[in-house]
Design a binder for this molecule. Structure first.
Ligand SMILES: NC(=O)c1ccc[n+]([C@@H]2O[C@H](COP(=O)([O-])OP(=O)(O)OC[C@H]3O[C@@H](n4cnc5c(N)ncnc54)[C@H](O)[C@@H]3O)[C@@H](O)[C@H]2O)c1
Length: 259
């Protein structure tokens, strides 16, 4: 359990869900972990929970809004002061904005891009100068299978997630000569509060849940820990030649042509 020993990792949106699972898995592998999260109370609670559960774990909660470049820079600076330079960044913070394109408000569009795409860039921009200087670093962007496939009525979330893949590939190529790797993970349905909120917004939440569980060929949806395991791999020294790539975690759903 020491695949990340000596590394400092900053995870955005780590107060709950996939981000919290990644923070926990990183700490279990020996990384010092910064939980950069909009909901400061959740960040504190999750950081305390991880520190209490994992012997020797070093965690730092920093209230952060990924839509604000200065807020992200401040989190990276605080991480560096407390724990050392950031070796691993996981841009995980994200929100669902699901609307009909023509009835969507301008605010919906801006809110979605501010978190789901600008937020990823703000994170990258804050850590890249240090990583380039040290000639080492791993950035992991949490995209979605919405980055390849479209569900009607879910606009503009997939547009932003397509952008996350483009950003990952572009930065992966730009900084490969400096030994900075930039990769993405594209989860399918994963059981988190976000998924529960979506089910609860449907006319029949139970039926929506049942239908979702039927979608992957494995006839279940994923767990946050299953995304975290891949994040550990990409963050570790076990993936030194994986760059500008995306790993899909969806039980095979996107490979399925037809139900
Ligand atoms: N759950 C899924 O099925 C699923 C599938 C594919 C992709 N994803 C992606 O995975 C990521 C995490 O999703 P989740 O299901 O854990 O969601 P979640 O809503 O459970 O957790 C997201 C966290 O991000 C935080 N956050 C939101 N806006 C923020 C901001 N401006 N600054 C900092 N933190 C902010 C929230 O407070 C929350 O703690 C997102 O990028 C999401 O798009 C999720």
């Amino acid at each position: 359990m020491n695949r990340l020993t000596g590394k400092v990792a900053l995870v955005t949106g780590a107060g709950r869900g996939i981000g919290a699972a990644i923070a926990r898995a990183f700490a279990a592998e020996g990384a010092a972990v910064v939980l950069a999260e909009l909901d400061g109370a959740n960040a504190d609670a999750t950081a305390r929970e991880i520190a209490g559960a994992i012997e020797g774990a070093r965690t730092l909660a920093v209230q952060t809004d990924v839509t604000q470049p200065a807020s992200v820079r401040a989190a990276v600076d605080e991480a560096q002061r407390a724990l050392g330079p950031v070796d691993v960044l996981v841009n995980n913070a994200g929100i669902n904005v699901f609307a009909d394109p023509l009835t969507m408000t301008d605010d919906d569009w801006r809110r979605c891009f501010a978190v789901d795409l600008d937020g990823v860039w703000n994170g990258c921009r804050a850590v890249l100068p240090g990583m380039v200087e040290r000639r080492a670093g791993s950035i992991i962007n949490i995209a979605s299978t919405h980055a390849f496939q479209i569900i009607p009525g879910c606009f503009p979330y997939p547009v932003a997630k397509h952008g996350v893949i483009g950003l990952t590939r572009a930065l992966g190529i730009e900084y490969a000569p400096r030994n900075v790797r930039v990769n993405a993970i594209a989860p399918g349905y994963i059981e988190t509060q976000l998924t529960h909120d979506w089910w609860n917004a449907q006319p029949d939440p139970q039926a929506a849940r049942k239908a979702t569980l039927e979608l992957p060929p494995m006839k279940r949806i994923g767990r946050p820990e299953e995304v975290a395991m891949t994040a550990v791999f990409l963050a570790s020294d076990e993936a030194p030649f994986i760059n500008a790539s995306c790993i899909t975690i969806d039980g095979g759903r996107t490979a399925l042509h037809h139900d």
